[in-house]
Design a binder for this molecule. Structure first.
Ligand code: ADP
Ligand code: ADP
Ligand code: MG
Length: 502
């Protein structure tokens, strides 16, 4: 096993990897940008090095600088996390050329699966169902329009190099095509430096189901069951769970085998994810492969008992997988809520500022993977993901109740977060019934009553707090248990102010 590993990332993910390193007796080296000097991952690492100013292109994405820090400190491997350099094949190659181990797949696998059209072509060859559409990128407007007409509206324009929901545009008819094509190309060019676009038939109201893969260098490949990630905004996930409600043991077997077949064909090594869409009739279609650790990996860890980051490090160190496919069975149910610095009531607008007060939930079956602490500043330069709240319980119903309890305990003051949004989802009947699709947020109008009229909201907040306080007193007296269905923000701020004055 390695003695020292550099983590080329920040935030909650860097903290997650540092913890795995420490459990394996590995020293963890952090890198940071100027504004991240005081961040949690820097404090938790054994060594930390400045790599540049705030913009990630001048710091976290400076490939040569990151590699030279690793060499200087005597690190033997680089863990890229997700985002930043994680899916950059050129970086993986440079790391290996510098005599270091890249904790991830080989550069060729990253390049092949990172091009979504190549990945689609591979899936087709392997007879894994794919979404109807093009298998090669189209740059000519006329040709693209003709193809869209042949496939039949509605269609999605998607970036071949895409990721993080960027470059995706819905087109319902010919009149929308021109501006959507330009917008998609522009977004792809600025996000990925690559404006190649491909076209897919738009699947109506699908569910997002993905399979976690682990593969070692010796050629052993297993899947660690599925995750459902249908609760999305802007094509990005907000809530994930495992097992997935619509996945029966039979479907799991078919989809899992398809995922393993794809990973094997790509000579895949380390952790990766095969994403699928599923329609209302249980048909599934290959969507893409993510050649890295996934944000939502903890739900898989919770139901399988396998530590994915430790497995990544073991595989990178050349060890072979100990687990066999037949041994992997789901135990209980896990849910993750992404805690983002976003005001869900204002269209998930990013929120920045200083975290004045923080209380992270805890207790039976609760895991909080966090990258923040009270007093830290949240800047606009990076991804808004602050932390992840994961719960595990014996059943899905119990997991939802536990998540609601944990979200009600969660207190973040100073910036807006999407915690109120998550509470509403946990309270939603359709969510509880497992009737979800990627359109859940719009369809259920989860946050639309918020942020419309600030004065009215303020008045409502005051009156509901007064009512709530009175109710709590009454129910505490009558039942002995206070009804904690909403969080006592006003009371908490009042108490903090009193304490500050003392
Ligand atoms: P998941 O791990 O479930 O796929 P996301 O799709 O939200 O989660 O992406 C994970 C993180 O990586 C996010 O912070 C996102 O902004 C970032 N990301 C994903 N793909 C890319 C990419 N190709 N280029 C840059 N950032 C990306
Ligand atoms: P990214 O690389 O940005 O993660 P994906 O191809 O994985 O892009 O798609 C992200 C999300 O966009 C999916 O989870 C789904 O909600 C939606 N989506 C993508 N392709 C389609 C499609 N053909 N039909 C319907 N929804 C789609
Ligand atoms: Mg995706």
């Amino acid at each position: 096993m390695f003695r020292k590993v550099l983590i080329a990332n920040r935030g909650e993910l860097a903290v997650r990897v540092i913890r795995a390193c420490h459990e394996l007796g590995i020293e963890a080296v952090a890198i940071y940008s100027e504004p991240d000097r005081t961040s949690l991952h820097v404090q938790m690492a054994d060594e930390a090095y400045l790599v540049g100013p705030a913009p990630s292109v001048e710091s976290y994405l400076k490939q040569d600088r990151v590699i030279s820090v690793a060499n200087k400190t005597g690190a033997e491997a680089i863990h890229p996390g997700y985002g930043f350099l994680a899916e950059n094949g050129e970086f993986a190659r440079k790391v290996e050329e510098a005599g270091l181990k890249f904790v991830g797949p080989r550069a060729e696998s990253i390049k092949m699966m990172g091009d979504k059209t190549q990945a689609r072509a591979l899936a087709k060859r392997l007879k894994v169902p794919t979404i109807p559409g093009t298998v090669r990128p189209i740059s000519d407007h006329e040709e693209a329009l003709k193809t869209a007409q042949d496939i039949g509206y509605p269609i999605l324009l998607k970036a071949a190099a895409g990721g993080g929901g960027k470059g995706i545009r819905l087109v319902r008819d010919d009149s929308e095509f021109g501006s959507a094509f330009r917008a998609s190309q522009n977004e792809a060019r600025s996000a990925f430096g690559d404006d190649r676009i491909y076209i897919e038939k738009y699947i109506q109201k699908p569910r997002h189901i993905e399979f976690q893969i682990l593969a070692d260098r010796q050629g052993n490949t297993v899947h660690l069951l599925e995750r459902e990630c249908s609760i999305q905004r802007r094509h990005q996930k907000l809530i994930e769970e495992s097992p997935a409600v619509p996945v029966t043991p039979k479907i799991r077997k078919t989809m899992g085998e398809a995922a393993v077949r794809l990973a094997k064909a790509a000579k895949y090594e380390n952790a990766g994810t095969i994403e699928f869409l599923m329609d209302g009739n249980g048909n599934f279609y290959f969507l893409e492969m993510n050649t890295r650790l996934q944000v939502e990996h903890p739900v898989t860890e919770a139901i399988t008992g396998i530590d994915l980051v430790k497995e990544q490090l073991r595989i990178a160190a050349g060890e072979s997988l100990q687990v066999k496919q037949g041994d992997i069975q789901p135990k209980g149910h896990a849910i993750e809520c992404r805690i983002c610095a976003e005001d869900a009531g204002a269209g998930f607008m990013p929120s920045t500022g200083k975290i004045e007060y923080l209380f992270e939930p805890n207790g039976n079956g609760v895991r909080c993977d966090s990258g923040i602490y009270a007093g830290v500043q949240v800047y606009p330069y990076y991804d808004p993901l602050l932390a992840k709240l994961i719960v595990w319980a014996a059943t899905r119903d119990e997991a939802i109740d536990r998540m609601r309890r944990a979200l009600n305990e969660y207190q973040v003051y100073g910036i807006e977060t999407c915690i109120p949004f998550h509470i509403r989802v946990m309270d939603n009947e359709r969510f509880r019934a497992g009737e979800i699709t990627t359109h859940f947020i719009e369809q259920e109008k989860i946050m639309t009553s918020d942020g419309e009229d600030e004065a009215l909201n303020f008045a409502c907040a005051v009156s509901s707090t007064l009512h709530h306080t009175a109710e709590n007193k009454r129910s505490a007296l009558t039942n002995g248990v206070a009804n904690r269905s909403s969080r006592d923000n006003w009371k908490m701020i009042g108490r903090m102010e009193v304490l500050n004055k003392q």
